[in-house]
Every structure is written in structure tokens, then in C-alpha cells.
Design a protein around this ligand. Structure first.
Ligand SMILES: Cc1ncc(COP(=O)(O)O)c(C=O)c1O
Length: 420
């Protein structure tokens, strides 16, 4: 499933990086920088690849909205049949606005408020992924108060330590805040059997993010399916198993998770268990479908180091400084003849941690040059902030031959909106 050179999104043709039928430089001139650009055909292609891989079992792709909640992206995914995994009332609002049917939405997160539970019950979502006994009791209370029934699955902590690139992205081992400890799970389902407003319909697991090996998934699936069989014996009418997301992609020359291999190892197991399969891919659907375009402002030499100061940094793309995330960076135009040197690509924000790349061998650019930061479609804009009083960037989509604005650049008035 790795993108080969020929099929690469935003390919370099005749020395310039392209966005659909136009050049990255033209798009940047029209919409300004810093700028996020998403290729919707690539997003659809990735969703179809998952659907084809898992065709052997009744399944739902519940796209993880946190990766990229842009309405145009969500709408493209809705059109190819995706549901959504949301983590807040705000993401639920977005998903519904983009046309994702409520019966394809699951609601995750350790801190659901009463208002969010009411909102989700009002929408009639597929299920809550419950993270604690307190949350289950709260959902029951809210459902009782509204004469509603709440469908849910418990997010179990399988205590599987998957290798992820950063400790902040491992979630499936016992020492994280996520999920219900293995030893408490059955008691929670039994508690629900006594509450008429609760329908226990699923079992859920999510072991981390940017996982490139299939084995941890296989272990987690085996564990939850075994538990699922016990729960059925206890009288729980399970309909689905949700294996979460975290499917790793390629950020450099190392391959991402082999989705076909994952499907081969999971499909039969889930089908034999007579369950529907839910998957919550985020990054794997949108990551390589996006780039961040930044313009070089200054090239600064200091103590033998070269700093390339660009107009986007940690407020636009937090991954490098927060997770140590790697993004390929290259000039948007030709760079033959430029010396290649290790440089730090840094943003304008007043933090030493404000960088897009450190010690990266790049053709040394000049002020005014455009740089392409690749594989920025996931956890890019969705983690962007207004830190240092910076309006968030515009987002543009490439849809076939069309390039259109999906979200306008914020203005200074947007920074103070809502303040007294
Ligand atoms: C419960 C859950 N599902 C799905 C995802 C999506 O992860 P990814 O974008 O790595 O696929 C996350 C990410 O944090 C998550 O916490």
C-alpha cells in the first residue's frame, strides 16, 4: 500500500512539485502560505484500498476525525461510505455537517461530558466507546433522563505494548489513561445488563498510533475475541468488534503497515466470531494525501549552523516538535546546482522547539523559495493553534483537475472573536 514514485501524490514533474494539474508554486501564489493542500482522489483511493482489503467481512471504516476534520475531506470520505470515530461534541458536529450518517459514528474519548453524551444520544450514533465505569454510569443516567437507549462497547485495555515511534502514541498497555483494565471489563458489561437503557453491542480496542507491524494487532484481536466469546456466554448480545486505528504510514523510506496482511490475519477471525468489524483509520486515509507549503523568509547562518526560517512552524505542524515526527521536506521548484548542506528548517515562533526538521540535508534555499513538507495530511491542521497570535493557515483541496479553497486563512479578527 506504499505510494510508489509514479503514483506519488504531489509528484515532481519536470523539476516542479505538482498539485493535480497545476504546480505547487501556482497554488501557493493564489492562496498564500503557509498552506495545507489535500488531494481528495488520494483520500478516496486510500479508503477504497481498506474496503477492498477487508471485503471478506462485514465492516465499517469509522474514519478518525481527529486526524483531519476538514469538511471537504470528511465529505469525500462520506461519499465513499465511511463513518466516523469522533472524540468530542465538536467532531460529532463536523462529521454530521459533512453528511456522515449518525448510525456510522462511534464516540471515543476518556472525558465525555454530560452535554456531549446528550448530543450523541440525540443524533442516534452507532455506539459510545466507553472508557470507564464512571462514564458508563453517566451514559445510563443521561439515557434514562431522556427515555433513550444508549448503545456502547467497552474500550478494553489489552495490555499489548505495540512499538510506536514515540511513547505518547502507545495507548494499549496498562500504564496509559486509555481503556478499561482487562480485569474490570466483564464486571462493566454485567453492570450494563442490569440497566435497561444500556445496550452492550460492541467491544473495542485501540493499541496506539503509527504502528507498522501486524503482530500487535493480531495479539490484541485474539485477546478481545476471546473475551467477546465469554461475554456472549454471559448473555451480552455483541454485534461488533472495533480494532481502533493506528495503522502506520510511510513518512520516509520505511514502509507503513501492510493493510492487506493485516486484513489476511483479521478477517477470518472476526468472521468466524460472527461479528461485524469496525476500523478507525485516521492517518492511513489522509496522511500522505496532504502537504504543507511554506515560504522561506530568511536563511540565517549562526555558529556554523544554517537555519532556514520559513513562514510555518509548530503552530501549523506540531508533529516534529511534539512527537519527534519526521516529514520529508523538499524545494517546490528546481534546485540543481544548489549546495546540499544539513540545515534546521525552523518556524517564526518564539520557542526553541519550533522546527519542522533538524540537521536535514537540503539544497540550501533562498528567501522567497517555496518548500513542500510532505505527508502532512494527518495531525497537521487539526493540531494547529493560534500560539504567538498566528492566524491558522488556509486549506485547499485538489479534486481531479480542480483546486479550490476548503477553508479560508484566518484573519486577525478571527483571533479576537468571542473576546469581551
Ligand atoms: C481510539 C482511536 N481510534 C483511532 C485513532 C486514529 O489513529 P491513527 O490516525 O493513527 O489511525 C486514534 C488516534 O489517536 C484513537 O485514539
Amino acid at each position: 500500500m506504499g505510494a510508489g514514485v509514479l503514483t506519488r501524490t504531489f509528484p515532481r514533474v519536470d523539476g516542479v512539485v505538482r498539485c493535480g494539474t497545476t504546480s505547487a508554486e501556482e497554488v501557493a501564489r493564489e492562496f498564500g502560505t503557509p498552506l495545507y493542500v489535500y488531494d481528495l482522489d488520494r483520500v478516496r483511493e486510500r479508503a477504497r484500498a481498506f474496503t477492498e482489503a477487508f471485503v471478506g467481512v462485514d465492516h465499517l471504516l469509522a474514519y478518525s476525525v481527529k486526524a483531519n476534520g476538514n469538511l471537504s475531506v470528511l465529505r469525500a470520505l462520506a461519499e465513499v461510505g465511511c463513518g466516523a470515530d469522533v472524540t468530542s461534541g465538536g467532531e460529532l458536529y463536523r462529521a454530521r455537517l459533512a453528511g456522515i450518517p449518525a448510525e456510522r459514528i462511534v464516540f471515543a474519548g476518556v472525558g465525555k461530558t454530560r452535554a456531549e453524551i446528550e448530543q450523541a444520544l440525540g443524533e442516534g450514533i452507532l455506539a459510545f466507546n466507553v472508557e470507564s465505569r464512571g462514564e458508563l454510569d453517566r451514559i445510563a443516567e443521561v439515557a434514562d433522563a431522556h427515555g433513550a437507549r444508549a448503545r456502547f462497547g467497552v474500550r478494553v485495555n489489552p495490555d499489548v505494548l505495540a512499538s510506536t515511534p514515540h511513547r505518547y502514541t502507545a495507548t494499549g498497555h496498562a500504564a496509559t489513561k486509555f481503556g478499561v483494565p482487562w480485569s474490570d471489563v466483564r464486571a462493566l458489561y454485567h453492570r450494563a445488563l442490569e440497566r435497561p437503557s444500556l445496550d452492550a453491542v460492541g467491544i473495542d480496542v485501540h493499541i496506539g498510533s503509527q504502528i507498522v507491524g501486524v503482530d500487535p494487532y493480531e495479539r490484541a484481536v485474539d485477546r478481545v475475541l476471546e473475551l467477546g466469546a465469554e461475554l456472549r456466554e454471559d448473555g451480552v448480545a455483541l454485534e461488533y468488534v472495533d480494532i481502533g486505528g493506528g495503522f502506520g504510514i510511510s513518512y520516509d523510506d520505511r514502509p507503513g503497515l501492510d493493510i492487506d496482511d493485516l486484513a489476511r490475519r483479521v478477517v477470518l477471525r472476526v468472521r468466524d466470531a460472527d461479528l461485524r468489524l469496525l476500523l478507525e483509520p485516521g492517518r492511513a486515509l489522509v496522511g500522505d494525501a496532504g502537504v504543507l507549503l511554506v515560504r522561506v523568509q530568511y536563511v540565517k547562518e549562526s555558529e556554523g549552523k544554517t537555519f532556514v526560517v520559513v513562514d510555518g512552524g509548530m503552530s501549523e505542524l506540531l508533529r516534529p516538535s511534539h512527537y519527534g515526527g519526521f516529514h520529508e521536506i523538499e524545494p517546490a521548484g528546481p534546485s540543481e546546482g544548489r549546495p546540499i548542506r544539513p540545515v534546521d528548517v525552523v518556524g517564526p515562533i518564539c520557542e526553541t522547539g519550533d522546527f519542522l526538521a533538524l540537521d536535514r540535508a537540503l539544497p540550501v534555499p533562498s528567501p522567497g523559495d517555496l518548500l513542500v513538507v510532505r505527508t502532512a495530511g494527518a495531525y497537521g491542521f487539526s493540531m494547529a493553534s493560534n500560539y504567538n497570535g498566528r492566524p491558522r493557515p488556509a486549506e485547499v483541496v485538489v479534486d481531479g483537475t480542480e483546486v479550490r479553497l476548503a477553508r479560508r486563512r484566518e484573519r486577525h479578527e478571527d483571533l479576537t472573536r468571542g473576546e469581551a
